[in-house]
Every structure is written in C-alpha cells, then in structure tokens.
Design a protein around this ligand. Sequence first.
Ligand SMILES: [Zn+2]
Length: 77
Amino acid sequence: MTKRICPDCNGEMEKGFVPDFSDGTAMVACWHPGVPENQTLMGLQVSRGAIKHDRNELKPITTYRCVACGSLRFYAS
Ligand SMILES: [Zn+2]
C-alpha cells in the first residue's frame, strides 16, 4: 500500500472511510456525479432529503486523515 503524505503539513495520513448512518445502518459514503436534485414522484418530494441517484454511478469514498493536522482527503476510485 502506498503511504500517503499530507499536502498541508507533510504528516502521515491514515486510511479510513466516512460512515453513512442515514439508512438505519452504517454504510460507506459514496460519490455520485452531477448536482443533487430532490427525488420526486408525480411532482411531490418522495421523502425529506431524498435525492435522485443512479446506483450504477456510485463509487465508495476512501478517506485519508492526517494524524498531525486532521486534514481529510477523499478518493473515489
Ligand atoms: Zn496534515
């Protein structure tokens, strides 16, 4: 595994992820292309905060945290 160095302070970065608890369980947060739009059905919003998305476009986000300054870097490979 490649060691990541913080671009802000040159500290060592630790690999992790951002848990998403919005679906009643812990899942890995994902990246999606585009601008978020409310999810609607017949012109009405489906549920508060629900957004349109394509599951095939989702990419799990890997997050690195600098152990020295706390800076975060996100990657969606
Ligand atoms: Zn740092």
